[in-house]
Design a protein around this ligand. Structure first.
Ligand SMILES: NC(=O)c1ccc[n+]([C@@H]2O[C@H](COP(=O)([O-])OP(=O)(O)OC[C@H]3O[C@@H](n4cnc5c(N)ncnc54)[C@H](O)[C@@H]3O)[C@@H](O)[C@H]2O)c1
Length: 297
């Protein structure tokens, strides 16, 4: 298939581009920042917020599938209004272009931050958090990702020929970060496991970039198995902590105390069962093996 990946030069994008190319797809990687790509991948430098340039890129690529990752990827990295405008505008523009130019499937990156944890009043109704659990974003980045999901739902109402959905990847860990490079928050993965305050800020979630890429690739390859207008959590099945996180959740997120006991068996705070059920997604990487390999190496 011809697959257009936006944000293909980014932390997650590089793994998505590599996975799709390795699976034999023709990949066009579009990013405002240029970057090296695997052999056979076409790199296009473009600001996709520019409607004219976006139209040119889509007309030239004629993608059968679109993976939309481009955007401001970290809360508070930029002024709030900019984060909201860029992420919402890119989602509507890119997903709309996918439909307009005849793609059969388009999948966009959302984020677990739509659940709105880290407020004093956050009280999950139940744990683990699945896609049925209510969302309640409180910062501009989380709100921008809920807009991404709403853009998917809105376009899905009229785009009969193009399957649209969104994926909420956990804290994405790229290959270099397993090997000790600083993550998007500036600390290493080993430090994140050692200090519950660090991993606890995102409810101990994580996902290997290759595993996340595999879910995007599955949706691209088998859109008929994906829920049109739906959303999928994409989080590793174990928490990023040395043991069960029930007590840690109750301490760091007191509003979760009444329901945190559901995590006493060591499961993650987020459930990705829907991706497993619909698309056969089985994340293979666990921090336990990967960080041990780092120490041994
Ligand atoms: N990294 C994570 O832990 C994580 C978790 C959940 C969701 N996500 C989402 O996944 C996506 C990818 O995240 P990432 O960590 O790879 O981020 P990243 O910042 O590494 O990559 C984003 C890419 O988008 C590009 N970009 C930004 N604005 C653009 C524009 N106007 N036109 C073209 N390209 C543009 C950037 O140059 C960058 O290469 C984002 O949408 C992010 O919100 C990331």
């Amino acid at each position: 298939m011809r697959v257009l990946v936006t944000g293909g030069s980014g932390r997650l994008g590089r793994s998505v581009v590599a996975a799709l190319a390795a699976r034999g797809h023709g990949v066009v990687s579009v990013d405002v920042a240029g970057a090296g790509h695997p052999p056979g991948v076409e790199g296009v430098v473009a600001d996709l917020s520019d409607a004219g340039r976006r139209g040119e890129v889509f007309a030239a690529a004629r993608p059968e599938a679109v993976v939309h990752l481009a955007g401001i990827a970290v809360p508070f990295a930029r002024p709030d209004v900019e984060t909201l405008q860029v992420n919402a505008g890119l989602a509507w523009g890119v997903l709309g272009a996918a439909v307009e130019h005849g793609a059969r499937v388009a999948v966009a990156a959302s984020s677990p931050t739509v659940y709105g944890y880290n407020t004093p009043g956050w009280r999950p109704r139940y744990l683990p958090l699945d896609e049925e659990h209510p969302v309640a974003p409180w910062h501009a980045y989380g709100l921008s990702k809920l807009v991404v999901e709403e853009a998917v739902r809105a376009l899905a109402r009229t785009s009969g020929g193009c399957v649209l959905c969104a994926v909420r990847p956990g804290y994405v860990v790229a290959p270099a970060e397993w090997a000790g490079a600083p993550t998007q928050q500036g600390h290493t993965m080993a430090e994140r496991v050692a200090d519950p305050e660090l991993a606890g800020a995102s409810l101990f979630n994580y996902v290997d970039a290759g595993d996340a890429a595999d879910l995007f690739a599955r949706i691209v390859e088998e859109p008929g198995r994906a829920e049109h207008g739906g959303v999928y959590n994409a989080v590793a099945p174990d928490p990023l902590a040395p043991g069960p996180v029930d007590a840690l959740m109750a301490r760091l997120h007191p509003g979760s105390a009444p329901v945190a006991g559901a995590l006493a068996d060591g499961r993650a705070v987020f459930s990705s069962d829907k991706a497993r059920r619909d698309l056969g997604w089985e994340p293979a990487a666990s921090w336990r093996g990967l960080l041990r390999a780092e120490r041994a190496g």
